[in-house]
Design a protein around this ligand. Structure first.
Ligand SMILES: N[C@@H](CCC(=O)N[C@@H](CS)C(=O)NCC(=O)O)C(=O)O
Length: 218
């Protein structure tokens, strides 16, 4: 089995996928998306929206995009039922939390970064404020949801939802701090100590700090 991951180790959604690969113990080859003219045509051929990650399974002759779908595919390759539980009710909560994290943490985070970098034209203070409010709402919701004592995002088992939570929360807290939300803070500390995420952060370290936001002070 040869798995090629088109990604960049600093990219949040790329890290979401490499966390899953490390959790599942699946070896893969990184195809570094560095923006160069040598790399971009090949990348755009597998990922028409130009979004990372894209996974190519050369044995199956299959290309998969969208991080959550990539992880569903990988989970199945690894035997199934590991990052997405076999039980449909548990799987529903995993997918729900994954959607909340992608849409209301990753979404505003990406938009604020694009805005700050001027990629959407002149930075728009109103749009940034709106996205900051959305992030704060996500923090409130996660704080409430995690307050039933679960260890990970959806249950006591590490899942698809935690693969995304680790990088997305780590970046987004630099835009809107966790503040007085102790359950969220404790959950994030567990993510920071998870070996698969430690490895993903080690992969990103050589690229330095590419995020237009200060490091968290707490
Ligand atoms: N919904 C996509 C989001 C992927 C995404 O936004 N990737 C970012 C990196 S974290 C990206 O490729 N950005 C490059 C760009 O938009 O130019 C997924 O889950 O895979």
């Amino acid at each position: 089995m040869a798995l090629l991951l088109w990604s960049h180790p600093y990219a949040g959604y790329g890290q979401k996928t490499s966390v899953a690969l490390y959790e599942l113990g699946l070896p893969f080859e990184l195809k570094l998306v560095d923006g160069s003219p040598e790399v971009m045509p090949g990348f755009m051929a597998v990922s028409p929206f130009g979004k990372m990650p894209a996974l190519v399974d050369t044995d199956a002759g299959r290309t998969v995009i969208e991080s959550s779908i990539v992880i569903e595919y990988l989970d199945r390759l690894a035997g199934g039922g590991k990052l997405i539980p076999a039980d449909p009710e548990q799987a529903l909560e995993v997918r729900f939390m994954d959607r909340i994290l992608d849409t209301y943490v990753g979404g505003p985070m990406n938009r604020i970064v694009f805005n700050r970098l001027g990629r959407a034209g002149e930075p728009h203070a109103g749009a940034i404020a709106n996205d900051e409010r959305e992030l704060a709402t996500a923090w409130d919701m996660l704080e409430a949801r995690l307050s039933d004592g679960r260890t990970w995002a959806a249950s006591d088992s590490f899942s698809l939802a935690d693969c995304g939570a680790a990088p997305l929360m780590t970046y987004a807290r630099r835009l809107v701090p966790f503040g007085d939300r102790p359950t969220l803070r404790a959950y994030h500390a567990r993510l920071m100590a998870r070996p698969s995420f430690v490895k993903a952060l080690e992969d990103a370290a050589p690229f330095g700090n590419l995020m237009p936001a200060p490091l968290p002070e707490d």
